[in-house]
Design a binder for this molecule. Structure first.
Ligand code: ZN
Ligand code: ZN
Ligand code: FE
Length: 762
């Protein structure tokens, strides 16, 4: 007895080898019928015995290709039997293919790796080997539909052998758009720092030889250039630091495989899985004391940022070069976007790199390496880019009523977000919007995403801050209404949205800075909020920020401001190392600024509080990179130490005040007693956890709300994130934290989009 069933598969099922997979599966299950791409995903009909059809549907979810992401699989049984004699892949109707969800760029697959290492294979050692299951996608697509002529592979004409693979549904390179081989595809080339080609037979082994000599290589990768040196060579790493003007911020490293990673770092099961996933992010992992790499790779830091090879070239470098680890840091000038173009690289990185390993497959859209870490057993995004973008964040179904929104993000760690129905597409990391190069990249990202996602925004969402470049862009775009969203509210909405929650919640938004609705600088905020509205229920006590933004680069100035508030000019009599080491002239200048309030706004910033404690303890007085003092404060803590400080919550005119004076005084007291910075750091962390837990309890008593959402850059502090989550759960709260999008400002565009969209649709 024959049956026929219909199936509709939604998700990332196009351009990822899904139809050939269905084709092969149907044949294996002895079924006839067809499969076709439609605007909504993949549709299919199968005909055969009941049990064969059952097997077929089970296998769809269990065996789907690595790049596919199935979000729904609908099955309808008992449709009319057609008696067709075979299974076929039907041509998609013109126009249909356009609504594709595009796959991110992922690492080379095992099948391709086997060929790469096989001397009898025609792609032996070919650095651009790829197939339907692996290789570049997002970074090479210029427009949709995702077809070779609309990618940066367009000028390579496939040779007959490649074409035969491309056209054969049984081949794993069927419709693999970047398909190529040494005869017809991209090639590598070595250039010197002036751009002069170095003619050699084997650029890969030449690169290895140069790296071994301690030279700095600019290597063109998947989403941009890397600057690479041998991580075991202290002199080479030091030279890279000097030339890149990057004094202390840790460099990312690449190692051969998981085993090699375990030799330099302590890995949990979740961290190993993250390292080894096809998305291949940089994973922040705890250093193994006997790591044997140059100290300057990650100075003053307990963690390494580690990734595994992801392009065929990376695999060749490691298998043939035998490196323990290579530094692989973004090829850019300080805060500019990562370089992607050959000529541009030689122009801009010529002062840093000794040599260039380039190739002629263009990168259309840059994409930095993603950075993740595991906290409390969950993966947390620090920088969400290559491998993750453009996979959307799926919003609760009720939000499909939202108009299409373009949210332009904040100033630092900018990302943008476009929504379409219940899907929110976050862009890759755009960067700090402090120079024209980044701004240009920001605009390109917007136009590109609007095009390939086919989203015509009806509404813009932006920060309240009028001077952010992103806000200015939104204001200048007069074709659309623009809705401002307060920075910390956007943080909270972002964490609610990714958790599919609606609120009202007690929202704890802790970060460096964001403009408040009272025109002061916020950053330590407790909001009672839902997706559209908020009330500022409590905040950290205000402190003067001497010199405004300059205080963020100089935690010692901010620390001085806290001391001045507590002790007035008596602070100079305090018997603590911080005061004794102050430069008298400079510190007078700062206290005068605080006193007279010259260029010195008030802030309730929590980031500044952490940095000031770090400076007070003598851990880090100046930030060489954003947030350094806070990072090192956490690193320094003695996890065995006990105790905490008293705190105080006062009733202010509008909101409750979380007083920081008692904390500062207690820290000074411990310093006077000569306690170790590690102990004091631990006590400070404990105090913040207690203080925040108790304000939540107070607000729960007042409002009856027992859900808490936490967001903002300060929650990159794992001690706080883990400690506060557990403390609140212990008191019966339900706690929402980030894992799909960054807790820092990289996640803020999602919150802006959802909040503005909901306001706009009312
Ligand atoms: Zn492959
Ligand atoms: Zn070929
Ligand atoms: Fe923020």
């Amino acid at each position: 007895m024959k049956y026929r069933s219909f199936g509709a598969v939604n998700g990332i099922v196009q351009g990822v080898g899904f139809r050939p997979f269905i084709y092969q599966l149907a044949r294996r299950c002895r079924l006839t019928g067809y499969v076709v791409n439609t605007a909504r995903g993949v549709h299919l009909e199968v005909e055969g015995t009941r049990s064969d059809i059952d097997d077929f549907f089970t296998a769809i979810s269990e065996e789907s290709p690595p790049l596919a992401q199935i979000h729904s699989l609908e099955r309808r049984d008992g449709i009319t039997v057609r008696d067709d004699n075979r299974f076929s892949i039907q041509k998609s109707l013109l126009g249909d293919v356009k609504s594709t969800l595009i796959s991110p760029d992922v690492c080379v697959c095992d099948d391709c790796l086997r060929e790469l290492k096989d001397p009898r294979n025609r792609r032996y050692r070919y650095p651009f080997i790829n197939c339907t299951n692996c290789g570049p996608r997002y970074t090479i697509i210029k427009d949709i539909p995702y077809d070779r002529p609309l990618t940066t592979m367009s000028h390579f004409e496939m040779c007959p052998s490649c074409m035969a693979e491309y056209e054969n549904p049984d081949d794993r390179r069927f419709h693999a758009q970047p398909n190529a081989c040494p005869d017809c595809g991209p090639q590598m080339e070595i250039r010197d720092k002036n751009g002069k080609p170095f003619v050699c037979k084997d650029p890969v082994s030449e690169t290895i030889a140069r790296l071994k000599k301690g030279r700095i290589l600019a290597i063109k990768g998947l989403g941009g250039f890397h600057l690479a040196v041998d991580a075991e060579n202290p002199e080479a790493v030091a030279r890279l630091r000097v030339r890149k003007h990057r004094e202390e911020k840790p460099f990312a490293i690449m190692v051969k495989d998981l085993e090699a990673a375990r030799r330099i770092a302590l890995l949990s099961k979740e961290e190993s899985e993250a390292l080894d996933s096809i998305r291949r992010p940089i994973v922040l992992v705890r250093k193994n004391k006997a790591h044997g790499l140059a100290a300057l790779v990650a100075p003053r830091n307990r963690f390494f940022g580690v990734m595994l090879p992801y392009t065929p070239l990376h695999y060749l470098l490691f298998s043939e070069g035998g490196f323990r680890a290579l530094v692989m840091t973004s090829g850019n000038l300080s805060e500019e976007p990562i370089t992607i173009d050959n000529e541009d690289a030689i122009l801009r990185l010529g002062e840093i790199a000794d040599d260039f390993l380039i190739h002629n497959r263009d990168i259309y859209l840059r994409s930095d390496d993603s950075i993740v870490r595991v906290v409390d057993g969950a993966l947390r995004q620090v920088r969400r880019s290559r491998g993750y973008v453009p996979v959307p964040v799926f919003l609760p179904g009720e939000l499909s009523v939202l108009p299409a929104v373009l949210a332009v993000g904040a100033e630092l760690k900018n990302t943008v977000c476009l929504t379409k129905g219940p899907r929110a597409f976050l862009s890759q990391h755009v960067g700090d919007m402090e120079n024209m190069e980044t701004y240009e990249f920001f605009k390109l990202t917007i136009t590109h995403l609007e095009k390939i996602l086919e989203i015509e925004p009806k509404l813009l969402a932006m920060d309240l801050h009028p001077d952010y470049l992103s806000t200015r862009y939104a204001r200048e775009r007069t074709d659309l209404p623009a809705q401002p969203v307060q920075h910390h509210h956007a943080h909270i909405v972002s964490v609610l949205a990714e958790n599919g929650a609606w609120g009202p919640v007690i929202g704890i938004a802790l970060d460096g800075t964001g403009l408040g609705d009272d025109n002061t600088i916020w950053g330590g905020e407790i909001l009672v909020a839902d997706l559209v509205s908020y009330k500022r229920a409590a905040h950290l006590q205000h402190t003067v920020m001497p010199g405004g933004d300059g205080a963020a680069r100089n935690p010692w100035r901010m620390a001085l401001s806290y001391l001045y508030r507590c002790y007035g000019s008596d602070l100079f009599q305090l018997d603590i190392p911080f005061v004794k080491n102050l430069d008298p002239a400079k510190s007078k200048l700062v206290t005068r600024m605080v006193e007279q309030r010259v260029h010195s706004p008030l802030t309730s910033s929590c980031g500044r509080l952490f940095e000031s404690i770090s400076a007070l303890l003598g851990i880090c007085l100046e930030n060489r990179y954003e947030g350094q003092a806070a990072v090192e404060l956490e690193m320094t803590q003695d996890e065995e130490a006990r105790g905490d400080y008293g705190f105080e919550i006062q009733r202010g005119p509008e909101a409750l005040l979380l007083m920081t004076d008692p904390i500062i005084r207690a820290v000074v007291g411990d310093l006077e007693k000569g306690l170790a910075p590690g102990t004091i750091s631990r006590r400070f962390h404990n105090t913040m956890i207690k203080l925040l837990t108790s304000i939540c309890i107070e607000l729960r008593d007042e409002t009856g709300i027992h859900e808490v959402a936490m967001s903002g850059g300060v929650f990159q502090n794992a001690t706080l994130l883990r400690g506060l989550t557990h403390a609140l759960q212990g008191k019966g709260f339900r706690v929402y934290t980030h894992s799909l999008v960054p807790t820092n400002d990289g996640g803020i565009s999602l919150g802006q989009a959802v909040c503005a969209g909901l306001k706009g649709s009312r």
